[in-house]
Design a protein around this ligand. Structure first.
Ligand SMILES: C[S@@+](CC[C@H](N)C(=O)[O-])C[C@H]1O[C@@H](n2cnc3c(N)ncnc32)[C@H](O)[C@@H]1O
Length: 357
């Protein structure tokens, strides 16, 4: 089994390392408590480097979106969320603001709020007080983002027990032991931002089933889903005029250079996004501007010739109709759901529950 829950205990190497790092960076004031961070990713560099290399040398070349999120990728994603063209973040925020009290009424009190793909945790911070959460469990692959996110949750909600789990959602979700520590508190999963769209519908179904397996009858899933709409609006959201999404996409090549000891020239590729109507997904690609040879030195030496015009397929973002996503929820074992949307039906928020509501 490659995934192992390693709960840092006082004095463990993980905790001592983070304490030393925090002290060295001056972030840990005297008497201040470190956030509890549980790490489920072991040997991440070797395993992930191998899968990244495999995808980049394959034909057609591809990579998983999880590789975007190094520190620079996280910062670029933040900037994307501010763009005029990128409607999902502000549309979802508008739905949350407008219906927060109504939605919160359907959510059990004293729950364990599990924030999947937590990012900076900002969206969750707005919910914890309204739903009277007992615990916050932020889950993200980017531990550099997770630690400050958990600290900020503690600052904003000192009465909530906050912790982070560094985990990869493309691998089996295994939070049962952690949630069992507060077994009398139901799990409420929060998966905003339409991140579910990064999975194929089949993989999305598997993740939804895994989430369902963590829910007792009181459990809930509050999830944001981007809806099918005018293709021009969709494509502009993934190809903004300022080129921020292009930078986010090209950053993948920097990640590959670092993780794989590769020599990608980021100027030799260009960002390319299109809506694939047959698959109902936005596709992001990196297109080679010229013929070129790229060398990789880790985890095993390799070379790959990219022809001018050839692309590396870096991200899918599936778009759903309300009915299609409701079917997926039902197939995953969520027998009831409620739905909220904006005035233009651009974005959907589902609150799913195990039993019919
Ligand atoms: C698109 S951002 C969304 C952040 C925030 N929840 C929001 O809605 O604005 C995606 C987040 O998911 C994280 N992420 C991406 N792939 C992941 C994976 N395979 N496992 C866990 N987290 C992942 C990224 O690090 C990032 O914080």
């Amino acid at each position: 089994m490659l995934i192992k829950v390693a709960t840092p205990v006082a004095g463990s190497a993980t905790e001592l390392d983070s304490r030393r790092l925090a002290a060295e960076s001056g972030k840990l004031a005297r008497g201040e408590r470190l956030p509890r961070i549980v790490t489920q990713r072991h040997r991440i560099d070797e395993l992930d480097a191998a899968s990244l290399l495999e995808g980049l040398v394959a034909t057609p070349a591809h990579s998983n979106p999880k590789f975007f999120y190094d520190a620079q990728g996280c910062a670029l994603f933040d900037a994307i969320c501010q763009l005029d063209e990128y409607y999902p973040t502000r549309t979802e925020a508008g739905i949350f603001t407008r219906y927060r009290v109504e939605i919160a009424r359907q959510i059990p009190r004293a729950a364990q709020w599990v924030d999947l793909g937590a990012g900076d945790g900002a969206k969750a911070r707005d919910w914890l007080g309204v739903v009277h959460a007992r615990r916050y469990v932020g889950v993200d692959i980017a531990d550099a983002w997770l630690r400050p996110a958990v600290s900020r949750i503690t600052e904003a909600h000192p009465g909530v027990e906050a912790m982070g789990v560094v985990a990869d959602l493309t691998r089996p979700l295994a939070l049962h032991a952690l949630l069992h520590e507060a077994a009398d508190s139901p799990a409420v999963f929060f998966y905003p931002g339409s991140s579910i769209g990064n999975f194929t519908p089949q993989r999305a179904l598997e993740l939804l089933r895994a989430i369902r397996s963590h829910c007792d009858p009181r459990g809930r899933l509050l999830i944001g889903v981007d809806l099918v709409k005018d293709h021009a609006v969709l494509e502009a959201a993934y190809d903004d005029a300022l080129g921020v999404t292009a930078a986010f996409n090209l950053n993948l090549l920097r990640v590959a250079n670092r993780l794989l000891g590769a020599d990608f020239d980021t100027r030799a590729f260009e960002h390319f996004a299109r809506f694939n109507a047959d698959e109902s997904r936005i596709e992001m690609h990196l297109r080679a501007r010229r013929d070129q040879r790229v060398h990789f030195s880790r985890p095993s030496p390799a070379t790959r010739d990219y022809r001018a015009g050839e692309t590396i397929f870096t991200e899918s973002s599936y778009k759903y109709t309300r009915e299609r996503f409701a079917t997926l929820l039902a197939e995953a074992g969520f027998n009831g759901h409620q739905f909220w949307t904006d005035g233009d039906a651009r974005f959907g928020v589902f609150l799913a529950s195990p039993s019919a509501t």
